[in-house]
Design a protein around this ligand. Structure first.
Ligand code: PMP
Length: 285
């Protein structure tokens, strides 16, 4: 059976799941989204994802037409209809249908779309052996423009950085902020380990406040590690002992080379392995 996709209170088969070409989500990237993941039938950190979605919407004057409770039920129903216990869920709220101008006041009703599908991971080999990334020349959105904490439908900056990464033979790319400090990757947050200490950019560096990031910070603290949310430069990355990325789709993935420089001894480090194992335990709970 074809995928069942939720649009505004009803489910449609993939072939029939369509939105208007006048939707401002398409015309202007005017909308917000979330990526969630279900493990063994339970969505990991559902409340945090819904909070972030509704906060993103609020920040752009977008009224989500359904309550978080109705949204949560619709997410579970979409998973159930697609027989998915372990899957990836994309939640989208668009400004809705308007005219060709920018004016969102002419879009009377926001649209909600929920797509649940199988998870598409990075190749399994990368989790064992680590991945290589490069720094992109595309600067992460300045937080005084559209704050990267808003998970908006406009991902062009990340896409340009992703293209640069792919052209360099890498699956991810590092983005710096306008100060030249480390921000995050195109769809993942970044962590470094130096002398047993964990460090990750502060959200004020202009990054998405990642939910996997939060979970990993929690796990590291529980394990008694020192965690700093701080300013990091490319130099800090190059001289780190270990590096890894976090994200809902990626989970925790090791990085062993950045801009052609091996990180540490160029192999997946022990603390990264420990945190990968801890994260597996956490999502299996
Ligand atoms: N940064 C960006 C730009 C992202 O798109 C994502 C994925 N949503 C992340 C970081 C990781 O965030 P999370 O752990 O909440 O999936």
């Amino acid at each position: 059976m074809s995928l069942q996709i939720y649009i505004d209170g009803q489910w449609y088969s993939k072939e029939n799941a369509k939105i208007s070409v006048f939707d401002h989500g398409l015309l202007y990237g005017d909308g917000v989204f979330e990526g969630l993941r279900s493990y063994g039938g339970k969505v990991f950190r559902m409340k945090e994802h819904l909070d972030r979605l509704y906060d993103s919407a609020r920040s752009i004057f977008l009224t989500v037409p359904i309550s978080p409770e109705v949204m949560e039920a619709a997410v579970y129903e979409t998973l159930r209809l697609n027989n998915l216990t372990d899957g990836y869920v994309r939640l989208i709220v668009t400004r809705g249908v308007g005219d060709l101008g920018l004016n969102p006041n002419l879009c009377p009703k926001a649209s909600v779309i929920i797509i649940a599908d199988k998870i598409s991971l990075y190749p399994a080999k990368l989790y064992d052996e680590g991945m290589e990334i490069v720094t992109s020349s595309t600067v992460r959105n300045h937080p005084a423009a559209v704050n990267p904490r808003i998970k908006s439908l406009n991902y062009l900056g990340s896409i340009l950085a992703k293209i640069e990464g792919l052209k360099a033979g890498c699956n991810e790319a590092l983005m710096l902020n306008l100060n030249g400090e480390v921000a995050e990757c195109t769809a993942d947050n970044i962590f470094l380990i130096k002398n047993g200490r964990l460090a990750t950019p502060h959200v004020n560096a202009g990054i998405l406040d990642g939910i996997t990031r939060r979970a990993v910070i929690g796990l590291a603290k529980e394990a008694g590690m020192d965690v700093a949310e701080t300013t990091l430069t490319r130099h800090d990355v190059y001289v780190a002992d270990e590096c890894f990325l976090t994200g809902t789709a990626a989970e925790v993935i090791p990085v062993i080379k950045v801009d052609s420089r091996p990180i540490g001894d160029g192999r997946v480090g022990p603390i990264t392995k420990q945190l990968i194992a801890a994260f597996k335990g956490l999502v299996a709970k």
